[in-house]
Design a protein around this ligand. Sequence first.
Ligand SMILES: [Zn+2]
Length: 262
Amino acid sequence: MSHEIETRFVHFLHSLRELALPSRKAAGDELYQISTVSALVEGVFDGVRSYGEIRRHGNFGLGTFDALDGEMIALDGRFYQIRSDGSVHPVRDEMTTPFACVIPFHASRKAALPDCRDFAEFAAAADRSLQSENIFYAIRVDGFFPYVRARSVPAQAKPYPRLAEVAKHQTVFELRNLRGAMIGFRFPHYTEGMNVSGYHLHFIDEDRQHGGHVLNMAFEGASLQVDETSQWHVELPSKGDFLSSDLDRADTASQIRQAETA
Ligand SMILES: [Zn+2]
C-alpha cells in the first residue's frame, strides 16, 4: 500500500469511528415516540408501528394498541397489554400501535421515596428529586402499593370517537395491597399535546396479573429510579387519519387532562 493510500485509509477509519461513537451514545438514552397524544385525543387510533419495531427503540415505556385496545406497559424488556377486561397478555411483535413512548432504560439515579398517599404527593416527592422541569425523565417506582386506581380502555370501532369519549367507557380497577412497579415519564409542560405533560404512569403488579394506566395510587417503602435525557425522537405517521385530522383544536390540553386523569 502506498503511503498516500494508507493515509487515506486511516482517515477513512477515523471518520467511521467518529460516525459510530455519537450514535452509540445516543442509542443509550434516546426517548422514542410514535405519533402524538393530540392525535390520540382526536381519535387517530389506527396502529402504525409494530411492536417488533418499537422494541428496537427501548425496553421500557408505555403506550396503547391498534384501535386503542388496552394499555401497554414495558419494563425490563417485557411488553404487556392490559385489556379493559383486566386481563394481562404478552405483546406479540406483529401487534401494532397508534402511540407509544419507549426508552432503553438505564437509571442514572436511584433514591428511596417517602411513602405517598396519592398522585399529588407522589408528583411533589418525585419533582424534588429531579434536576429540572425542562428535560425528559423516565421514571420507575418499585414498592408496596396499598392502593392503585388504574384504568384500561376497550377496543374502538370506526368511525373512531375522540379520546375523552372513550374514557367515559373506560374500566377502572381498584387494586389493593400489591407489590409492583409503576413506570412512565415526566414531560415538560411545554410539550403538552405532543405528549402528556407532567407524569404519565402505568402500573403492573409483580405477578403480572393486574395493572393499567394510573389514575391514583398510594405506596410504601418504594424506590425511585430515574433515567434523565434531553434526547427525544418523535416519528409521525405518514399516512391515514393523522394527515387529515385537525390537531390544532383549542381544547386539546383540557381533553388530555380529562382523558388521562379522570
Ligand atoms: Zn396511559
